[in-house]
Ligand binder design. Structure first.
Ligand code: PEP
Ligand code: MN
Length: 372
């Protein structure tokens, strides 16, 4: 069944959709205070709070359980916000449905496990509840897609993906590496699926949250899910990455939001003209690359005759410096030229090696032939 656009399940939605709320439900007061402050932000339409918390190691706070569902219900009644929480098994689903949670999400430690996802899919079958599927903690697009398909297979059409980054052993500036190519590829293979970015779990650090939100907007994601707590430093989980509702308001105000399509005819005509220019220039670039390739072949034959290696490091150095300097003179960024010529030069060396090896094995074969 076709996936329903966000507008079909979130009334009067304007881009971007902002989902906000604490990492964990802690107390009734904390929940209501957060929600009352967050509802003041126009773009915040969904309140989030974890009721059951999948913690990495035991003996840490594992969520308030059923009490939190009562508080979520109060949040809905008092603020009119839609409510959402994480579910990881049948019992969670049944309780969330019983207390009228509006939207469920499947966490990164659950979407990694097809048995658990199927259990959730079976538990929600026959309902119309919207479900958001976080990416699995490891960078496996097929597993993410599979989890989404299992939920879709249960007849759920109000679906979204949440990009929360991928766990790595090597620690970087991110808690979870965003690997933007993966959600972009998901969008390519499932174009109707809304994708929401979770900058809080990607960053693990509140100072990076605005930057990641903007990045998500720049690649046309549909919204953001941001952890927001009235007193972040006192949060019972994920304290370092949560921001106050006031900070979130500022963040949302400063977001530069663009859309992928428009109905403005003048703009479309202008864009089409510019794209024709780009198409023509790309054609010229390809022709130039093909001419370059022909010369690379001639170089390979000459190198073979003189027993010279395909890769000559001094030449690579010279070439790179020369191209970077020339590029800079006409306004091209050093990083871009460096990356471009790495690819071009690597391909050239590979081609030369292939040609030279082919000549060697051809003459070896000829030598093997018995003389007549
Ligand atoms: C959460 O949203 O609080 C959470 C546990 O996220 P994730 O599943 O992405 O780690
Ligand atoms: Mn969290």
């Amino acid at each position: 069944m076709a996936i329903k656009p966000l507008q079909k399940w979130i009334p009067n939605l304007k881009k971007p959709l902002v989902i906000a709320g604490p990492c964990s439900a802690e107390t009734r007061e904390q929940m209501l205070q957060a929600a009352k402050e967050l509802v003041q932000i126009e773009d915040v339409r969904i309140f989030r709070a974890g009721i059951w918390k999948p913690r990495t190691r035991p003996n840490s706070f594992e969520g308030v359980g059923e009490d939190g569902l009562k508080w979520l219900k109060e949040v809905k009644e008092e603020t009119g916000l839609l409510t959402s929480t994480e579910v990881a098994n049948t019992q969670h689903v049944e309780l969330a449905l019983k207390y009228g949670v509006d939207i469920l999400w499947i966490g990164a430690r659950t979407s990694v496990n097809p048995f658990s996802v199927q259990e959730i899919a079976d538990a929600i079958k026959g309902t119309d509840i919207p479900v958001m599927v976080k990416n699995p903690i490891n960078a496996d697009l097929a597993l993410w897609r599979g989890a989404i398909e299992r939920i879709q297979g249960a007849g759920i059409t109000k679906l979204a993906a949440i990009h929360r980054g991928f766990s790595t052993f090597e620690k970087s500036k991110y808690r979870n590496n965003p690997l933007w190519r993966i959600p972009m590829e998901l969008k390519r293979i499932m174009p109707d699926l809304p994708i929401i970015c979770d900058p809080s779990h990607i960053s693990g650090d509140r100072s990076l949250v605005p930057y990641i939100c903007q990045k998500a907007m720049d690649i046309d994601m549909d919204g953001v899910m941001v952890e927001s707590h009235p007193t972040p430093d006192q949060a019972w989980s994920d304290a370092a990455q949560q921001i106050t509702p006031a900070t979130l308001a500022e963040l949302v105000k400063n977001l530069n939001v663009r859309t992928e399509f428009t109905t403005d005819r003048n703009f479309s005509a202008e864009l089409e003209d510019l794209r024709k220019d780009i198409d023509r220039i790309d054609h010229e670039i390809l022709e130039a690359l093909s001419m370059r390739s022909n010369i690379v072949e001639r170089i390979a034959h000459a190198k073979h005759k003189n027993n010279i290696t395909a890769l000559q490091v001094h030449r690579m150095d010279q070439l790179m410096n020369n191209r970077i300097n020339n590029g800079a003179k006409i306004g091209l960024r050093e990083k871009f030229i460096k990356e471009l010529y790495h690819v071009i030069h690597e391909d050239s060396v590979k081609t030369q090696n292939e040609i030279m090896n082919a000549i060697v094995s051809k003459s070896a074969k000829e030598n093997e032939k018995p003389s007549e």
